[in-house]
Design a binder for this molecule. Structure first.
Ligand code: DX5
Ligand code: ZN
Length: 216
């Protein structure tokens, strides 16, 4: 299976958002990754449903919504209404994670759980079989353009082992500081899905940057 590439819209040019979405449509990108922030769980705000609701009219690419917010369970209905395929919630904000995962599936979406850089993969032992994907943050969430945290590579390998031991098909996604060099190491360690924002959108040829990541 070739690497799944999910460009993060956070790094797009919001004055030319339609142009950037058409670029993604033409490209080999597999999904579009949407970063929603609340200024509470993470020290930044991004965009909300007013923006993400517009996408289903202009792209056929599956949407992957990464909620960096407290109480994400309040918004399953809204995320489903955007046409999102994946709803990604942080482990650190869900005391009743099992229930949230069921709620996401109940709305017809695929549940994914995100771990901050300091959160060990072992916390997922008893929920892994319920998940379609695990997102390992390779930067502290809240901003694009940060430096990749190398310890993520060991986490990817440990999570891969947990998935294989259980005979599961759970995807491993990594988000933050992904470029051709870090992407190569991540794929070698067992990552299935690479999220990349600034590497793609600050490139002179974003379509070529996407092609490069896909070929890893
Ligand atoms: C960070 C977001 C990422 C971000 C990645 O909090 O979750 O999706 O857009 O940006 P880069 O690829 O620039 O590190
Ligand atoms: Zn993200």
């Amino acid at each position: 299976m070739s690497t799944i590439v999910a460009p993060s819209l956070l790094a797009a040019d919001f004055l030319n958002l339609e142009r950037d979405i058409y670029m993604l449509n033409r490209s080999e990108a597999d999904w579009i990754h949407l970063d929603i922030m609340d200024g509470i769980f993470v020290p930044n705000l991004s965009f909300g449903f007013a923006v993400t609701n517009l996408l289903k009219g202009v792209t056929q690419k599956p949407l992957d919504t990464h909620l960096m917010i407290v109480q994400p369970e309040k918004f399953t209905e809204e995320v489903a209404a955007t046409g999102s395929t994946f709803m990604n919630v942080h482990y650190e904000v869900c005391p009743h994670l099992h229930r949230v995962v069921q709620q996401i599936r109940g709305k017809g979406m695929k549940p994914a759980v995100t771990l901050n850089p300091h959160t060990p993969v072992s916390v997922l032992e008893d929920i892994l079989s319920e998940l379609d994907m695990v997102l390992l943050m390779s930067v502290n969430p809240g901003f694009g353009g940060q430096q990749f945290i190398e310890q993520t590579l060991g986490k990817v390998a440990r999570l891969k082992k947990m998935i294989e031991e259980r005979g599961l098909k759970t995807l491993i996604q990594v988000d933050g500081g992904v470029n051709l060099q870090t992407g190569r190491k991540l794929v070698d360690a067992g990552a299935d899905v690479l999220v990349a924002g600034s590497y793609i959108f600050s490139s002179d040829d974003p379509e070529e940057a996407i092609r490069g990541l896909k070929a890893l």
